[in-house]
Design a protein around this ligand. Structure first.
Ligand code: GDP
Ligand code: MG
Length: 170
């Protein structure tokens, strides 16, 4: 008989300016869907991504989408409490959203930490790479990620998946 799987639950915050694509990234990641419709949800949206991590572990990522309260400094400690990590999202097409990245990171660093007192891991996301696949702004996001000591940095598109990109080339 196989032994029961070990279960882990992690709260993960998704923050960034209005319109950068936070909700779209979550919808794509969790449900593999994308919609053009602008969803101006008020409050907090939750989504659960379940991952089979190696053969013995089940990881539940509870993704917190700040939905409609995208002004740094306005998020309360209560909202950030016990987060295990965060994605800070910016829009490759809007420089102003890159300028906000430091504010979001500072806000998180000042309000939440891991149980061992260390900062929570944060990943910087440059979204809408389908519209801006090249150019200096990608370099700017990567530089920013290093400069602000993000755990990692990725360019994403909630709209176009790798599979679709590959197909449009063939
Ligand atoms: P949020 O306010 O950060 O949650 O942003 P939304 O997820 O609501 O997205 C804002 C707008 O950007 C919507 O019209 C989305 O369809 C669009 N959008 C989101 N992600 C992408 C993307 O990767 N590529 C493109 N082209 N548009 C996107
Ligand atoms: Mg949203």
């Amino acid at each position: 008989m196989s032994s029961p799987k070990r279960e882990y639950l992690f709260k993960v915050l998704v923050v960034g300016d209005l319109g950068v694509g936070k909700t779209s990234i979550i919808q794509r990641y969790v449900h593999n869907i994308y919609s053009h419709c602008y969803r101006a949800t008020i409050g907090v949206d939750f989504a659960l991504k379940i991952l089979n991590w190696e053969k013995d572990n089940v990881v539940r990522l509870q993704l917190w989408d700040i939905a409609g309260q995208e002004r740094f400094g306005h998020m309360t400690r209560l909202y950030y409490r016990e987060a295990a990590g965060a994605f800070v999202v910016c829009d490759l097409g809007r420089a102003v959203t890159l300028q906000s990245v430091q504010c979001w990171k500072d806000d998180l660093d000042s309000k939440v930490m891991l149980k061992n007192g260390k900062p929570i891991p944060m990943i910087l996301i440059g979204n809408k790479s389908d519209l801006f696949p090249h150019g200096t702004r990608i370099q700017n996001v990567e530089d920013l990620g290093r400069e602000l000591e993000f755990t990692n940095c990725h360019m994403t598109s909630a709209k176009v998946t790798h599979w679709q990109t590959a197909c449009s080339i063939c």
